[in-house]
Design a protein around this ligand. Sequence first.
Ligand code: GDP
Ligand code: MN
Length: 377
Amino acid sequence: MNIHEYQAKEFFRNAGLDVPEGKACFSVEEATATAEQYGMPVMVKAQVLTGGRGKAGGVKFCDSMDKVKESAEAILGMDIKSHTVNKVLVTPAVDIEEEYYVGMLVDRASRRVLLMASSEGGVEIEQVAKDNPDAIIKQVIDPRYGLLDHEAMTVSMKLTADVKKARQLAASMQKLYTAFIEVDASLAEINPFIFTPDGIGKAIDAKVNIDDNAMFRHSDFEALRDLEEENPAEAAARKADLSFVKLDGNVGCLVNGAGLAMATMDLVQYYGGMPANFLDIGGSSNPDKVVSALEIILQDENVEVILFNIFGGITRCDDVAKGIIEATNRLDIKVPVVVRLTGTNEEEARVLLQGTDLVPAETMDEVVQKALELASN
Ligand code: GDP
Ligand code: MN
C-alpha cells in the first residue's frame, strides 16, 4: 500500500527524523488558514500517490499569502499522471543548500533491506540512477544487527567530506531504517534530504510503501488507505478477497494460484499479447467468486477476450467448470471466453463445457494462442 507524503512524514517524525511540520488541506481556505498560522514562506505540495509532482507543477514555493492562494487554487484539482489532486500539504519552507537522496527497499538479490544514498538528490534521481549509477552508494543491511553505526557513517562519508553533515546523514539513515522496520515497509525514501545553509539536515519529502502482506499486523493502517485514489477495480478485488493487479493489455486472465498466474501472463507476452490484469482466484470453485472476478475484469473496456487457466489439484476441475458455467450464465459476457482446465477430473470438466459458448483448450500454449486469435478478431 502506497501512502501520501504527509502520512509518511508522520512515521518519519515518530522515528526521530527532523521533518518540518505540516498539514494536509482539502480546500483553498484551509490551505491559506494553515499558511497564515505558519507564516511565510511555505510550500504548497500536491498529495497524490505518484512521483514527479515537482516537475508537474504540483510543488510550489510561496512567499506571500497571494501566492499561497494562487498555488492552492492551481494545485487542487490538478491532474498529475492521471491522479487528481484533492489535497495539498502546507508546510513551512526551508532554505536549501544541498539535496541528498536516502532510500531503502527490500532487495530481492540480497534478500535484505538495501540502503541507497546519493549526494545528487532531488527531482532528477531516476536520471542519476540511469546515467551515473556510481553516484548511488549502496549498503546491504543485516537484519540481525540493523544498520550499524560504522556502516551508516561509511556510506555518509562517501557522500560528503563534511564530517558534521556525514554524522547527521548517518543518524538519519538509522532512523529511516527504524521507521522502515516499524511499519513493515517495502520501500522508504527521503528525496531530498536537505542541508540548510547553517548545516541542519532535514527530510523534506517522504515516500513509503507498506508491504501489503504485513497489513494484518497493523490494523490501524487501514485508515491510511486513500480510497479516492485507489483503482476502483483493485478496491473491488480486495473486497472480494481476490488478488488482482490491473494492467494495460486486452487479455483478461483468471488463474488459480499466483505462480500459474505469473506464468500465464508470461506466455501471453511470449505469444505477442498483453495481459489486461493479474488475477489469482485462489483454490476455489465458488461461482460467486468467479462472478466477482469476471465483473472486475469486464469493467475494463480494453478486455477483448477472457482466459481461464485452472489447475485442478484439490479443487476438482468439474467443480470449477460448473462454477465457470454458472458465473458466465449469470453475466452478460460479450467477449469470447477461453477455458483450459487440467488436473483432477479434467475429462468430466471437458464434457461439461461441451454445449456451452466457452472455448475449450487443453494446454497452456493452446489456451493462450486461442485467446490471442480471438482477441484480434
Ligand atoms: P517531488 O517532485 O514529488 O519529489 O516533490 P519534492 O517534495 O521532492 O519537491 C521537489 C523539489 O522542490 C525539491 O527537490 C526542492 O528542490 C523543492 N522544494 C521542496 N520543498 C522545499 C522547501 O521547503 N524549500 C525550498 N526552497 N525548496 C523546496
Ligand atoms: Mn521528492
